[in-house]
Design a protein around this ligand. Structure first.
Ligand code: NAP
Length: 336
């Protein structure tokens, strides 16, 4: 143990019986661990706040369900402060699953060195998992063609803002679905989407139909639930549904069982392809995606907004705010 460095850690303390609250977490303070042979000690700089963290609390996903008493896992960026391996040196910036804490010991095999000259906001969002999810989910799974109508849910969030704008860059008519009139206005006026539908305003299917008069060719689904139900009913023949996430089902006591209306009937009748994916499936092509995304930002074709919350102490509230939709773009906690 490194007694000199104080390490704060957020523990997932108790499972929610409904919506997530700060009372489900507890902060613990320990001395920072010391790196063993071949390991590095890193200081966490930024924590990515992801809806998936709520899903990990709820149920088994692509990882085991989180159990009370465990430290809150979190993808993030960290700076190497002590190294016992020739491959990494103090000052290097690495990405990995460091958890909600100040310091972590990491095995070089489990981290990836990033370009330390880039802003943390860019590395965690545009050039991180979010950028890859939007880029490959839309282009490789959705495969939109110019002139087609693309609908994106959670369109004001991290993945949604990028996926929607990439579809615009590709010459599509793009409609976003988001919560609240103000967010919808931001999507059309600031991000340049063709239309936006407020799913909290009521009359969802009719509003979606009015915003998509030619039907929907690609639906990039971040939410599932009633938004997916409505979108499926408006899909065109040979449409594609990109199953990216199901955030409407995460913040509950129990995992939801009901599948969407129209599966499989609508899929068969309209020859629709509905396909799930994980961003990491495309990791081997990461460099080309990063180059394209960075170039679009450089030319002004793409905006990559990041909602920064300062301080590790605010991480639980940041996750609660994300689930309530109080973010524009990517939610990130700056830890140090
Ligand atoms: N497949 C993959 O590899 C992969 C990778 C990363 C993320 N994802 C998924 O992508 C989705 C978006 O993630 P993100 O990181 O970009 O988060 P995000 O969109 O920035 O944040 C979540 C958003 O979901 C919306 N939301 C919350 N509850 C909702 C509900 N009941 N119905 C409709 N919308 C609701 C909120 O916006 P409103 O104001 O609009 O409600 C909120 O801003 C998530 O489902 C996530 O699990 C998948």
């Amino acid at each position: 143990m490194n007694q000199a460095l104080r390490n704060r850690q957020w523990i997932f303390a108790r499972r929610p019986e409904g919506q997530l609250g700060v009372e489900h977490f507890e902060m613990r303070e320990t001395a920072s661990p010391a790196p063993g042979p071949g390991q590095v000690l890193v200081r966490v700089r930024a924590a990515s706040i992801d809806p998936a963290q709520r899903a990990w609390i709820l149920t088994e996903t692509y990882r085991a369900r989180l159990e009370p008493g465990e430290m809150m896992p979190s993808f993030g960026l960290a700076e190497v402060v002590e190294s016992n391996t020739p491959g990494l040196k103090p000052g290097d910036i690495v990405e990995g699953n460091f958890g909600w804490q100040d310091y972590a010991v990491a095995n070089p095999r489990h981290v990836m060195r990033r370009d330390a000259t880039q802003a943390l906001e860019h590395l965690i969002h545009l050039l991180g998992i979010t950028g890859l999810t939007a880029y490959f989910g839309l282009l490789e799974v959705g495969r939109p063609r110019p002139g087609e109508t693309v609908l994106v849910s959670a369109a004001g969030g991290a993945v949604g803002t990028l996926a929607a704008q990439i579809a615009k860059i590709g010459g599509c008519r793009v409609v976003g679905v988001a919560g609240g009139a103000e967010k919808c206005r931001w999507l059309t006026e600031e991000l340049g989407l063709d239309a936006a539908v407020d799913y909290k305003a009521g009359g969802l299917r009719e509003a979606m139909k009015a915003a998509c008069p030619q039907g929907i060719d690609v639906y990039f689904d971040n939410t599932a639930g009633e938004i997916l139900d409505s979108a499926l009913s408006l899909m065109n023949q040979h449409g594609r549904v990109v199953c990216c996430g199901y955030v409407s089902q995460y913040d509950h006591a129990e995992p939801g069982g009901g599948g969407p209306l129209g599966v499989p009937g609508t899929l068969i009748a309209k020859r629709i392809r509905m396909e799930g994916f994980l961003a990491l499936d495309f990791d081997k092509n990461r460099k080309s995606a990063e180059a394209a995304l960075a170039n679009w930002v450089k030319t002004g074709a793409l905006k990559a907004p990041v909602h920064v919350v300062n301080g590790l102490e605010n991480a639980p509230q940041a996750l609660i705010d994300l689930l309530a939709g109080r973010n524009l773009g990517k939610m990130m906690v700056r830890v140090s």
